[in-house]
Design a protein. Structure first.
Lengths: 295, 531, 315
């Protein structure tokens, strides 16, 4: 998730334009590939119960620790005899749910705080800015850990903790956007014309802020998934026997030497999803966010 | 079916030569670099590094609650007695004491070795021993092990090297109280050090043992070094011992397999086969004094119904549990008495018909007599941070369904598990009692009416009589009879369904010599050398 | 200039204060009664009451906060509930150097390898190499670091036996041992930043190489390597420092996961373990420490900007 990024933006004249186009075309191919992979994950998450041969927490202790392609379990089983293919597909459910949920929480919170910071002035603005700085002073994972220590473990609490940890970055973006829009001539004109402040906010500022926020949100989903898997891996995220990929990797860690698929299958799935989300996010940003390098 | 596991193992073993080469190169580089580093090599003796995956709460033996800590204490301190094992029998022999004399069952006289000093130079004489005993018995703050001296009437200094402990009643449990069971009441600590450090003594321990305390970096390592004035001549052999504290067992396994550390303090069951197969390692471990069980809340429905409990006791397939939950480690348990309790364990208990065991017919018969004939729904309390995680619970669930008990698994964090168990907020739970050497500690505080660890909340008058009587007689034959009858009652009324006795492992690299295994979850480095 | 610095410092102090209030509230909101945990077996309502008084927990919250922040500033961070380990010693003296070493090694590695790779990508733009590099950076930024760490442990640590897989050896005590122990963790943590630095260097260099003075240098007959490495990279410092500032959070967060995988006794592992053990005082200290670290580094980065780029110096 780079914030400063290469710009071989098409349209630049010069000898690099051919190269740029080639890069662009190559990039587009990746984008297409990543989007289809992402779509596959989403679809399988939605249609999980129909796609999976077993239940996600269904144990079959007589066939535990089976390697992939060795029998009735395509991707093998874990140390409780649970089918890994099923758990991985359900894991996509959890990953995407937590990712979307957390980003939603973060974006809403960020919208409120960012708008307040951007629209206020003077000391209030300064204080709010310091507040945002304070929120940003902690890396998301650490903040999420701190919140989990109060809230306890569980799916909803992970969504909340990761979401709250995302409010900082979002509010900074929103505030920057608000300031930008506020400076536009038409907003000033509306003010001069006597249109009420609230109306200006509602009709001019908000719509122009929501769109970039949505773009940002899309980009941050992979980050949210990474943080929440990290939490589960550390043992302070969702509780077993939830089929969460981070949890599955942690559970499989004990068996890496003689049953590497137990951690390998969810690990690979997580890596692929994160990469796909990252590529799609980059593509979205490239398409919709011409100003690069800003927070 | 392709045996990936063996293939992987072969691969690991096959690459050993290359690994040795790499390690040789690395070692060469290390020797070159040792001029830069301050890793001075000791003349002889060497240094041992152990991966310590057990929790260490304090290095004060009178206040510890964890075996992981006691294993280290045994190297820093001595007790009046110690445990010895000759491969067949567990026995209690004098340690700091030279002789141990019992007169009319209530008076224990210990004659101490002369000239023993604490690491801080103060003498370990009768006065010091008396002070140490009194610290556990009635000191402030109150030691959690004070109950082991409940029947102590007095401790007197007879002469500078003789201490006498007088009890109100004959106390059969004394040898174990002084040596084992999670904290050694008979461990002798330095008065000067306790007075100097106060409540920080737990991080600055001073004893008489073969190793002196050097440092404890939280979450990182504990370092001990040789006590040159140790009273056992020629011991210890090692110059330094480093205990690397780690929470993650698989890190320890990786480290010991690759030779980064010289041993592990323990091993979870899933790694044992792999470790035993490694050519550079030796796994020590036999069945120790413990048992695993499924506990049921006898104080409220549905398990206030004795027939329902009996049904559970006979429906569990112990062999499948051992295979699936414990990776084939352990032996089936019929009663709480385990093999190291040499004088009390019946090696033929399996054929005797006593105790609990798998018998689906019997289980169904009892189930048919139960009050609730419909599907019984219960809450099974479990935690991932227990010794075996939720494996036992998950294996047992389908077995319960076979007798129409639908158990819902509630997995909580350890702290929550402990408080719910203590508050009896459960229908079923699984747990284990560990490192017991005497039947008294294995059934009395767990099943006596009103006892502090009686979580199932069970009560039986005859059982209470029997175990109370067994506590105050020293006659082994009499005690054995009492315990047999008591266990029969216990297993019949089934407040718990007993599952298995487990081995406890220590792993050492083959270059570690002289380790003497004792089935009391100890890791004594006295005689250990590294070659 | 001085005013600028002063202003920044003031801002920083305000932020620290907010963080400290949040940290303090954290401890107050935490479930479970720390008094109960501390008393353990000794628990009785009377003991509870006297310990509360002793710790000053019956005082008004504001007073407690002032007392706490005063203690914190002077290094009196209390002791852990169970083992009575002194927290300042644990967190600041023992754990912090480990995390700092890890972070510095990872960043160093990322820069040392990332910049040359980025140069290579830029100079071999649109070749197969560039494509491979693009794929690599894509994968590396998204790959979950804890999974990567596990893979590295088992491939390089156990199977090949090349590197130690756990534990920390202070490089200032034992350089070789320290480096060996830090290799796998540093590689794991650096991957994300490596990818970013490659991308950054590539972009920056491509843009710089199009400047007129580059053509001038070539016309002067300067060797190509000088053109690229000296003139081309002269603009790299600012973006690199900016990256550091922006991604510091990601670095610390990656450190938490890496420390757990490799059993390094750093701040990240300290916090995680404290959450599991319900040692809220340690969680609080860890949070404050991390925040202070982050804020201080950001302050340094902010103060460094005017030096690096004269255009940013306040008039």
């Amino acid at each position: 998730m780079a914030d400063i990024r290469a710009t071989s933006s098409p349209g630049r004249i010069g000898p690099s334009s051919l190269g740029a186009l080639a890069w662009f075309a190559r990039a587009r191919f990746f984008l297409l590939l990543a989007s289809s992979v992402l779509a596959a994950f989403v679809l399988s998450a939605v249609f999980a119960p129909w796609l999976t041969p077993y239940g996600p927490v269904e144990q079959d202790m007589s066939s535990f620790m089976q390697p992939p392609l060795s029998g009735t379990h395509v991707l093998g089983t874990d140390s409780f005899g649970r089918d890994l293919l099923t758990r991985t597909i359900y894991g996509a459910r959890y990953a995407l749910t937590i990712g979307f949920g957390a980003v939603l929480v973060g974006a809403c919170g960020g919208l409120i705080v960012g708008m307040a910071a951007g629209l206020s002035g003077g000391l209030v603005e300064w204080a709010l800015m310091r507040f945002i700085d304070a929120l940003l002073a902690l890396p998301s994972l650490v903040m999420a850990i701190a919140f989990i220590s109060i809230l306890g473990q569980g799916l909803d609490k992970v969504v909340l903790a990761v979401g709250v940890a995302l409010i900082g970055p979002f509010s900074r973006t929103v505030r920057a956007d608000v300031l930008q829009v506020k400076a536009q001539a038409f907003v000033e004109a509306a003010g001069l014309m006597g249109i009420g402040r609230l109306a200006i906010v509602r009709r001019h500022i908000l719509p122009n802020v929501i769109f970039p926020l949505a773009v940002q949100a899309t980009i941050r989903i992979s980050y949210a998934v990474l943080v929440s898997s990290g939490l589960s891996f550390l043992g302070i995220g969702v509780a077993p026997p939830t089929p969460d990929w981070g949890l599955m990797i942690a559970e499989g860690r004990s068996f890496v030497s003689f049953a590497p698929w137990i951690a390998g299958v969810p690990g690979t799935a997580l890596a692929i999803l994160l990469i796909a989300l990252s590529v799609v996010g980059d593509g979205v940003r490239e398409r919709f966010d011409p100003k690069l390098g800003r927070q | 079916m392709v045996d990936h596991k063996s293939i992987l193992e072969d691969h690991v073993l096959g690459t050993l030569n290359r690994r040795q080469l790499m390690r040789g190169l690395g070692a060469g580089g290390a020797i070159l670099a040792s001029g830069l580093g301050s890793r001075s090599a000791y003349a002889n003796g060497g240094e041992i590094r152990l991966a310590w995956i057990n929790h260490v709460d304090t290095l004060d033996p009178h206040f510890t609650g964890f075996l992981g800590a006691v294993k280290i204490h045994n190297n820093i301190y001595n007790g009046l007695l110690k445990v010895e094992y000759d491969g067949k029998r567990v026995s209690f022999v004098p340690d700091l004491a030279e002789t141990w004399d019992i007169r009319d069952d209530k008076v224990h006289t210990f004659k101490l070795r002369p000239g023993v000093k604490f690491h801080d130079g103060t003498p370990c004489d009768a006065e010091a021993v008396k002070w140490s005993v009194e610290r556990v018995w009635k000191g402030t703050p109150k030691s959690p092990h004070a109950w082991k001296y409940k029947e102590l009437a007095s401790v007197e200094v007879v002469d500078p090297l003789t201490v006498r402990l007088t009890f109100n009643k004959p106390y059969a449990f004394l040898p174990v109280a002084l040596t084992g069971s999670t904290g050694r009441a008979g461990t002798i600590v330095s008065r000067a050090a306790v007075e100097k450090y106060g409540d920080k003594f737990g991080r600055n321990p001073v004893g008489t043992g073969p190793f002196k305390f050097v440092s404890w970096r939280e979450n990182d390592s504990i370092v001990l070094e040789k006590n040159p004035d140790y009273f056992e001549k020629g011991l210890p052999k090692l110059n330094k011992a480093t205990f690397l504290l780690m929470k993650e067992a698989s890190s320890g396994v990786a480290a010991v397999l690759s030779g980064q550390v010289d041993g592990m303090s323990d091993s979870p069951v899933q790694f044992v086969k792999q470790l035993a197969a490694a050519p550079n390692l030796k796994v020590y471990g036999e069945i120790e004094g413990n048992y695993i069980f499924v506990g049921m809340n006898c104080m409220r429905p549905p398990f206030d119904d004795i027939n329902l409990r009996r049904a559970v006791a006979f429906c569990l397939n112990r062999e499948i549990i051992i295979k699936q939950a414990f990776f084939d480690q352990g032996i089936v348990a019929y009663t709480p008495i385990s093999p190291p309790m040499t004088d009390f364990y019946d090696p033929n208990v399996a054929k005797s018909g006593r105790g609990q065991f798998l018998d689906l017919e019997k289980a169904k018969a009892f189930r048919a007599k139960a009050k609730n004939q419909g599907t019984v729904e219960v809450v099974f309390l479990a935690s991932e941070q227990g010794t075996y995680g939720t494996r036992l619970a998950q294996t047992v669930l389908p077995m319960l369904e076979a007798i129409n008990i639908k158990a819902k698994l509630e997995v909580v964090e350890r702290a929550a598990w402990v408080s719910r168990r203590n508050a009896r907020d459960f229908d079923m739970f699984d747990a284990n009692w560990w490192a017991d050497l005497d039947p008294d500690e294995t059934v009395h505080p767990e099943f006596h009416s009103g006892a502090p660890w009686n979580y199932p909340g069970w009560s039986n008058k005859r059982f209470d009589e029997l175990v109370d009587a067994a506590q105050v007689t020293l006659d082994v034959a009499k005690r054995k009879a009492y315990y047999m009858e008591a266990c029969d009652i216990l297993m019949d009324e089934a407040p718990i369904a007993i599952v298995s006795h487990m081995p406890v492992f220590k792993i050492f690299s083959k270059k570690v010599t002289g380790f003497k295994y004792i089935p009391v979850d100890s890791l004594n480095l006295h005689t250990v050398g590294i070659g | 200039m001085l005013l600028f610095a002063l202003g920044k410092v003031l801002q920083t102090l305000m932020v620290m204060m907010i963080v400290s209030v949040v940290s303090f509230t954290l401890l107050k909101l935490a479930p479970g009664d720390p008094i109960q945990i501390m008393l353990g077996e000794e628990y009785s309502p009377k003991a509870h009451e006297s310990l509360v008084k002793e710790l000053g927990l019956d005082r008004p919250l504001v007073e407690q906060y002032v007392h706490w922040i005063g203690n914190f500033a002077t290094g009196n961070w209390g002791v852990s509930y169970v083992g009575k380990a002194p927290i300042f010693q644990y967190a600041f003296v023992e754990a912090l150097p480990v995390t700092l070493t890890l972070a510095a090694s990872a960043l160093g590695l990322a820069i040392l390898i990332g910049v040359p790779l980025g140069v290579l990508s830029a100079t071999r733009k649109d070749t197969a190499w560039d494509a491979v590099s693009a794929v690599f950076t894509l994968t590396a930024t998204a790959f979950p670091s804890f999974y990567l760490g596990l893979i590295l442990i088992w491939v390089f640590g156990v199977k090949l036996g090349l590197f130690p897989t756990l534990g920390f050896v202070p490089p200032w005590k034992d350089l070789w041992g320290g480096l060996m122990h830090m290799t796998l963790p540093a590689v794991t943590l650096s991957t994300y930043f490596l990818a970013m630095i490659v991308r950054l260097t590539r972009a920056n260099l491509i843009e710089t190489l199009q400047q007129p003075y580059i053509a001038a240098a070539r016309a002067r007959g300067e060797p190509e390597w000088r053109v690229v490495w000296v003139h081309g990279l002269r603009n790299i410092l600012m973006p690199l420092v900016t990256i550091l500032g922006l991604q510091l959070g990601a670095l610390l967060q990656g450190a938490v996961l890496t420390e757990t995988v490799f059993s390094l006794p750093g701040v990240g592992q300290m916090i995680t373990q404290a959450v599991l053990d319900r040692e809220y005082a340690i969680v609080q200290a860890g949070v404050m420490l991390t925040a202070c670290l982050f804020i201080t580094t950001n302050l340094l980065v902010d103060l460094a900007y005017p030096y690096l780029d004269p255009r940013l110096r306040p008039r």
